[in-house]
Design a protein around this ligand. Sequence first.
Ligand code: GRF
Length: 193
Amino acid sequence: MKNIAILISGLGSNMSAVVRAAERDAWHDRIGARVSIVISNKPGAAGLKFAEDNGIPTAVVPHQDFPSREEFDSALAQVIDAHSPALVLLAGFMRVLTPAFVERYQGRLLNIHPSLLPAFPGLDTHRRAIEAGCRFAGATVHQVTAELDHGPIVAQAIVPVLPDDSADTLRRRVLAVEHGLYPRAVFDWLRAR
Ligand code: GRF
């Protein structure tokens, strides 16, 4: 069985999309994969309830309990490693990871980012895309490397930027395509391995 660990910090709508797709498309039977743990660095993350309601084990590793990034990351890795995951997904996980953590999961660590990388790494992507006059925006699934939002691109989806878009209307349009993109990319990734 290929275990998938998903890391969230908030709403977890991308995590929910992966969980739903795994169920709907019978990943268990077709590629021998399942979401085996959802981990949050925030105790109140809304996504935890969705996971629990769907019978998926959850864990919380609160980053503020640790004096350094290194100690937080090593506590996080312990929880992850208990599931021997084939794939670790960052899904709105709002922590910068240490190079040691990234190295440990090299080749099995993916992230979804709400821009067409390599354009607009970092935060506030939708406002920046509008201000730059982009006619298209989108989302990118990429491998995670030590440099933030810069790893090899795995899959992308695009949406138009409309003339009267605000950062929020664009954010919602991008998020809607993320929910199709991430599950598809994860399925293809695991099927190929
Ligand atoms: C998404 O836009 C994702 O691309 C970015 O953070 C947001 C997370 O949303 N990394 P959610 O928690 O999956 O709803």
